[in-house]
Ligand binder design. Structure first.
Ligand code: 3PG
Length: 309
């Protein structure tokens, strides 16, 4: 029986990525790809997923409602890193395998993080005298695939890279000529720039708070290409109000974005829509990996990159 792979993306992949995703299963009668792009409501998603055996998403919400609307579904692949948009409990209950495609979009996100650092250090390109990244200390709050890519590029700028990640052996981080910080407090105390690469979990939500941010030295810049949920927005507002030297750039606008833009326009910047992974290359890498993972799952029972129980 032909298996339907539904690609449901509110934010579409580049056309080149779709072509290459199709190529993975071209001529293979066991699979057909179907596209649902830029959908405007959940009922469209529910209707499309109804007879799908596999689902590929980006930041799209694979809620319990979606999962329960898909009786044939065996696998969900989040073409990207963070899988906080999948109801893992519902997936596990329905014996659906959930996966991500780790590392595939890391370079794209890292390039944006450095781009936003330059942008804010140069006063949002408004013509005033800004500052340089050379010699500044950059703290990586987590050292996964994106953190590592940021480190690689930041070293090219001549930044001094520090990292805090209790889940990665210190020897591995040190081997890449990066100073390991033993506590998150030390990371913030020591670094002019902090770049967030933590996932949004019960432990991390609202964990980047005023107490932590206020440890940062003069001229502090916080860069967020991770998730808005990890920020304590009250703490962020207080930090911007009390520390006139502090700046915040984010690829995921906070809920209080409008207020921040009104009060601190020259010290905050938010991209119009999360676009860290929005490059043709990252779309190809993550999209093709997702289709290959699905085929390998059905053909060989391969559950590498499974993220649920
Ligand atoms: C990720 O978790 O991979 C990034 O946040 C990218 O998300 P996107 O695929 O929605 O752009």
């Amino acid at each position: 029986m032909t298996k339907k792979i539904l690609i449901a993306t509110d934010k579409p992949f580049a056309p080149e990525a779709i072509d290459l995703m199709k190529e993975v299963v071209a001529g293979n009668k066991n699979y057909k790809l179907e596209l649902l792009e830029k959908y405007t409501n959940v009922s469209q998603f529910k209707a499309a997923v109804k007879d799908a055996h596999a689902l590929i998403i980006r930041s799209d919400i694979a809620s319990r409602e979606i999962i329960e609307a898909a009786p044939e579904l065996k696998i969900i692949v989040r073409a990207g890193a963070g899988y906080d948009n999948i109801d893992l409990e519902a997936a596990t209950e329905k014996k659906i395998v959930a996966m991500n495609t780790p590392g595939q979009n890391a370079n794209a996100v890292a390039e944006l993080a450095l781009g936003m650092m330059v942008y804010i250090a140069r006063c949002k390109f408004n013509g005033k005298s800004g500052s340089e990244l050379l010699g500044k200390k950059l703290g990586l709050h987590a050292y996964g695939n994106v953190g590592r890519a940021v480190a690689r590029i930041a070293k090219g700028f001549g930044m001094k890279v520090h990292a805090f990640d209790p889940y990665v052996p210190a020897s591995k981080i040190e081997a890449e000529v990066i100073k390991v910080e033993k506590t998150v407090e030390e990371l913030y105390s020591n670094c002019h720039f902090v770049s967030l690469h933590i996932p949004a979990t019960a432990q991390t939500k609202k964990s980047v708070n005023f107490e932590l941010l206020n440890r940062m030295p003069k001229g502090a810049v916080l860069v967020n290409t991770a998730r808005k949920e990890v920020i304590c927005e009250d703490g962020l507002k207080r930090m911007l109000a009390e520390r006139k030297d502090f700046r915040y750039v984010s690829d995921i606008a906070p809920d209080c974005a409008e207020e921040l833009m009104k009060d601190f326009a020259d010290r905050v910047y938010f991209t119009p829509k999360k676009l860290g992974a929005q490059t043709e290359e990252a779309n190809i890498n993550a999209g093709v990996a997702a289709v290959k993972q699905i085929v390998s799952f059905f053909e060989n029972g391969d559950t590498t990159y499974k993220v649920n129980k």
